[in-house]
Design a protein around this ligand. Structure first.
Ligand SMILES: Nc1ncnc2c1ncn2[C@@H]1O[C@H](COP(=O)(O)OP(=O)(O)OP(=O)(O)O)[C@@H](O)[C@H]1O
Ligand SMILES: [Mg+2]
Ligand SMILES: [Mg+2]
Length: 796
């Protein structure tokens, strides 16, 4: 039993049985973390390893995880024709992926307690690192040298109960994740780290999660890093004695400041050894750096960075510098972090004390049952995160009560933004009738402004959040000032879903989105405001202490209309029409266009009419005038490269390389070159902005064909909305490669620039899957399913 308990924890069984609650958990360094050992085995009976349900004998000497990768990489990944076609020549990720010398790790001699019951256990057991393991050898210069005893990367990353988590433990986790391509494996690695933290130092779970996401606080607090590369170079130069030009040329050739920082560190000999970094300490210092303002701020930032940098060991420098630069670049999506968290809480239920009480039912679950339990918990964690996107509220509940308590304790609450419901595109009125056959629906004008989620708390505080949970409260003092006069007497607290639209006071009409975007983005004073805004309310998500998201829209709309007052030109309900007559709908669409709207939003009223947080739902359809009988919608793409202009465009970029975002593989895939739709001012503006984001080499996570090599590569920092005539298969572009055709991607024909989408983060750009959906929904593709047309993109 004790042995089993120890295994659940990933603790050395022998040490535990010896009666000393030694808690040296090897956080991530369980190289075989993808292996489910059902028994540690003994001299006579070698350990049995279950791989994806299969059982096979495992040799005595275990080797590194790379050996297991082939078998454990999720099927989809292994066979996916979407396999990365090419990686840029000097891609740091690729360089790092050269197979590591496989360390030999000997299995611990098993405890006599091993019994048959335990063999059925679904739990994962992690082979402990032995002291003589060479696993910590780095390809980046920090070789572990047992003779010289420089330091021991593994020992340094181990910690005991209630000790601070060494930052090295987290860096090693990042390093392993970076070297892994399978999503499930990444989740396993991260979940193992979380398990160790849960058991040993639960207070550090929250900073660990934030560091994994490279966030310093929830989005609505607006605390961001993103220190300029030159500032980071200065800090590295000052702490290592290397010159700026040496660093510059290294960055040019390696393409990643993190690796350059790590290499530079390893050349440095220290007079004395600074105290080791720990997770909380690093997190707090990053927060302090982000909060520094004023004229001395830059120098103070460099000082603080240096003080951490000189204490870095092994791969710590790489990830610290990348965190500071604003991108961790290990390919870890937020959904994977949430999944890993749920898995860790299932594997190692929090708040069990130390040693944790073994949940006997966990033992009985079996492999499939365990997986189902993980999925159940993942749903709870992910749902809680949608309703309350604030780890500061979720993590304490997980730690003290577990995932089951989340629905009760992490509810939607005014003051914390909710992830908004999104709509599916349609390109023809027939689509609407097909979808809502025999279902009551309503049509609303689709306003072209900025989504505004307006929260009123019990104490009267009002906040306004954007579609990606950023706090826009100080952008709209005019909206805040109106609240008292437009809310009914009964309203105590609420969350309204609205669109804020620029309003022409003289002509009493809606103005285009471009006008709205000229408003100051932060700290606007009412006196300065030149562009008036009219708020169009379309939903009520929370009312007087009760979430309404499970109520049908019909009911939510009734409450909305009963409790708010309309004021012409400032505060209105979205114009709507409940109809099931095709002619009425067509007329209403025409009216919306005359009213300067983009088209209609069509929403189910009673059946399937809940508010689906964070979901692009089929219960909301968008019908945009510009895309009728075309591709249905515009795309929001990331600009990753620029081509210098010729002729009239000399001095600015004349064209750009755009990419969609593939969240599954966390990569940007080229989708088109674009050269039309830009005014001279827009080109000037883009050239100025993008020249601050030039990178010497493409990121390792950019997918493109060498024939599209731009004159300059850019960091993925900006999203542009783009229209096109249609989408076609392309032998050269990489968007959605493997999803429709094994060797072809999808590209846009006649792409045309519309505008910058400042309200979307690059990870919120149109996804590879959305590109596939748009491609497949085109009439010609629907009609000739088997005919694949290959067309090069149109450019110049
Ligand atoms: N009556 C309305 N009901 C719901 N949303 C509306 C309405 N009028 C305008 N909108 C806006 O329309 C948006 C949805 O359509 P749009 O194509 O503009 O989305 P988007 O922001 O480009 O995002 P995506 O293309 O990812 O869906 C909503 O997020 C909201 O801001
Ligand atoms: Mg919009
Ligand atoms: Mg859009």
């Amino acid at each position: 039993m004790a042995h089993f308990l120890a295994r659940i924890l990933g603790v050395s069984a022998r040490r535990y049985v010896a009666g000393v609650p030694r808690t040296k958990i090897h956080p991530v360094f369980c190289m075989n973390c993808n292996i489910t050992l059902s028994s540690v085995g003994s001299e006579k009976s070698p350990p049995i390893v279950k791989l994806e349900g299969k059982t096979k004998k495992r040799p005595r000497v275990l080797s590194s995880s790379s050996e297991d990768d082939a078998e454990n990489v999720p099927e989809k990944k292994k066979q996916s024709p979407k396999k990365k076609k090419e990686t840029p020549k000097d891609s740091p990720k690729k360089q790092e992926k050269t197979p590591e010398k496989k360390p030999e790790v000997k299995e611990e001699v098993p405890s006599p307690e091993t019994n048959t019951k335990e063999k059925e256990s679904p739990k994962k057991v992690f082979t402990m690192f032995q002291k003589n393991s060479k696993e910590g050898e780095s390809k980046n210069g920090n070789e572990y040298d047992p003779g010289k005893k420089k330091y021991h990367p593994i020992e340094d990353a181990i910690w005991k109960q209630n000790e601070k988590v060494p930052y090295l433990a987290l860096s090693r986790t990042f390093q392993l994740i970076e070297e892994t391509s399978g999503r499930l494996k990444m989740i396993d690695i991260l979940s193992n780290y979380f398990r160790s933290v849960i058991v040993l130092s639960p207070d550090e779970l929250l900073p660990s999660i934030f560091l994994c996401l490279n966030q310093l606080a929830p989005a609505h607090e607006g605390l961001e890093l993103g220190i300029a590369e030159t500032t980071l170079m200065k800090a590295i130069a000052q702490s290592t004695g290397r010159s700026m030009s040496q660093l510059k040329s290294d960055i040019q050739s390696i393409g990643d400041i993190g690796i350059v920082a790590e290499k530079s560190r390893s050349n440095q000999r220290m007079m004395f050894t600074p105290a080791a970094l720990n997770v909380t300490g690093v997190f707090q210092k990053l927060q302090e750096i982000a909060r520094m303002t004023g004229n001395q701020a830059m120098a103070k930032k460099v000082d603080k960075i240096q003080s951490m940098f000189v204490a870095c060991k092994h791969s710590e420098a790489r990830f610290l510098i990348r965190s500071l630069a604003g991108k961790l670049r290990i390919g870890l999506a937020e959904q994977s972090v949430l999944q890993a968290l749920a898995q860790a809480c299932t594997d190692t239920p929090p708040n069990q004390g130390y040693p944790p009480k073994i949940l006997s039912n966990l033992k009985k679950l079996g492999e499939a049952g365990f997986k189902a339990k993980v999925d159940e918990n993942a749903l709870l964690v992910k749902t809680a995160y949608c309703e309350c996107p604030d780890y500061g509220q979720i993590v304490p509940v997980l730690l003290s009560n577990g995932p089951l308590a989340l629905p009760e304790k992490c509810k939607m609450l005014p003051g914390t933004p909710v992830k908004p419901m999104l709509a599916q595109p349609t390109k023809d009125i027939q689509d609407v009738f097909q979808r809502f056959d025999n279902i009551d629906f309503t049509c609303e004008w689709k306003y072209d402004g900025e989504r505004a989620q307006i929260h009123i708390k019990d104490d009267g505080t009002v906040s306004i959040f954007s579609r990606n949970q950023e706090n826009n409260t100080t952008k709209y003092p005019d909206i805040i000032a109106r609240i008292d006069s437009v809310k009914g007497d009964q309203v105590k607290s609420c969350i309204l879903d609205c669109e804020a639209v620029a309003w022409d006071v003289e002509k009493q009409q809606i103005m285009p989105f471009q006008i709205l975007s000229t408003r100051k983005r932060k700290d606007a004073s009412e006196a300065e405001i030149k562009i008036q805004v009219c708020v169009f309310m379309f939903d009520l998500l929370y009312f007087n202490g009760q979430p309404l998201v499970k109520e049908p829209f019909f009911e939510r709309r009734r409450l909305l209309r009963e409790n708010f007052i309309q004021v012409e030109g400032t505060w209105k309900f979205a114009t709507s029409l409940d109809t099931n007559d095709i002619n009425d709908l067509q007329n209403f669409l025409d009216e919306s266009v005359k009213g300067n709207c983009e088209g209609l939003m069509v929403k189910s009223l009673k059946q399937d009419a809940t508010y689906e947080i964070a979901k692009r739902s089929r219960n909301w359809l968008k019908l945009k005038k510009d895309y009728l009988s075309g591709v249905g919608d515009s795309l929001d793409l990331v600009v990753i490269g620029g081509y210098r202009g010729k002729g009239k465009r000399t001095g600015t970029y004349g064209g750009f390389l755009l990419a969609c975002y593939d969240a599954e593989n966390e990569e940007y895939q080229s989708i088109c070159k674009i050269g039309t739709g830009f005014s001279d001012e827009a080109l000037q503006q883009h050239t100025e902005f993008l020249s601050q984001h030039i990178i010497p080499n493409p990121r390792s996570y950019y997918r493109f064909d060498s024939s599209h090599q731009p004159d300059e590569w850019f960091d993925a920092v900006q999203v542009w909305e783009v229209k096109c005539a249609d989408l076609s298969l392309s032998p050269v572009h990489r968007a959605a490669m493997g999803l429709v055709d094994p060797n072809k991607g999808i590209s846009l024909r006649f792409p045309r620039y519309i505008r910058i989408r400042d309200d979307k983060k690059v990870e919120e750009a149109t996804s590879a899957q959305q590109v596939v959906d748009m491609y497949s929904n085109q009439d010609q593709i629907k009609n000739q399913k088997n005919t694949s047309r290959s067309v090069e993109d149109d450019f110049y």
